[in-house]
Ligand binder design. Structure first.
Ligand code: NAD
Length: 247
């Protein structure tokens, strides 16, 4: 195992009693077969995600937006959690104080077995009635009717945060509190350009946390990180786990 990838002091921070936060983005699900938004395969029928995942797009053409979500839900349905997700579950079991924060809406962390998860941007297996505001799980895949309707006959929308929408305050506050109080933060597979999620590693660092980053390429967090490893989450996280559990 290439231990020289990680700085020697790393094991000092990953004690069983350490307060550990993992923040993930789309990159952690890439090896499961789920395209990131900014990767090469981020385009669908010549639309960018930013043109579809918006309240305006839904008002204009709910069928088009649901067709896109139906496609994404079908992909996720056929995906399995990868060793990156699985390692995060092991970390949750190992550390006495552990919090996972994800920007992903695919539900793969929960499917892998993560329990203590803050889903900052919602979950696309949950929907919200646009009239009644009622929120419920909606697992139908593929969709029988597009767009799908609530029992009351109104449109339902995915219970996710769209571009241009404010994030629900509760998960955000919980994430900020976890970031401010942690000893170590591991940031995995996020480009660091979606706000306010991008503030989370900065808050952790400002409050004295040791910051580890895992990504295929440098990001705005790389200069801030105490340890930055370029590589695939599904490979680097198991290596990190081997270091943690062997100490
Ligand atoms: P992003 O698409 O902006 O960036 C993905 C990052 O992951 C990049 O920095 C890339 O270099 C890195 N990456 C790609 N493959 C990787 C791998 N195998 N291992 C490690 N790193 C890898 O994603 P983001 O920062 O999460 O922000 C995009 C927004 O899009 C989020 O709000 C999220 O809700 C949403 N989104 C979610 C999903 C999902 O749920 N799976 C997928 C696409 C987008």
């Amino acid at each position: 195992m290439p231990r020289d990838k990680f700085p020697w002091e790393l094991h000092n921070f990953f004690k069983k009693g350490s307060r550990v936060v993992v923040l993930t983005g789309a990159g952690v699900s890439a090896e499961s077969g789920m395209p990131t938004f900014r990767g090469e395969d981020g385009l669908w029928r010549n639309y960018r995600a930013e043109e579809l995942a918006t309240p305006e797009a839904f008002t204009r053409d709910p069928k088009l937006v649901w067709e896109w979500y139906d496609m994404r839900r079908k992909i996720i349905h056929g995906c399995k959690p990868n060793p990156g997700h699985e390692t995060i579950v092991k970390m949750e079991v190992y550390f006495e104080d552990f919090q996972l924060i994800t920007q992903n809406v695919d539900g793969l962390h929960r499917r892998a077995g993560s329990k203590n998860v803050i889903e900052l941007h919602g979950n696309l297996w949950r929907v919200r009635c646009v009239e009644e505001g009622k929120i419920f799980d909606f697992m139908e895949v593929p969709l029988k009717a597009v767009p799908p309707l609530c029992d009351c006959g109104s449109l339902i929308r995915p219970d996710v945060v769209w571009f241009g929408e404010a994030m629900p305050i509760e998960p955000l506050e919980a994430a900020f509190t976890a970031a401010e109080g942690c000893d170590v933060m591991v940031v995995v597979g996020t480009s660091g350009i979606v706000q306010p999620a991008a503030l989370i590693p900065i808050l952790a660092k400002q409050n004295g946390a040791y910051l580890v980053e895992v990504n295929l390429e440098p990001t705005p967090f790389t200069g801030l990180a105490d340890c930055s490893v370029l590589g695939k989450a599904g490979e680097v996280l198991p290596e990190l786990w081997n270091l943690i559990k062997d100490q």
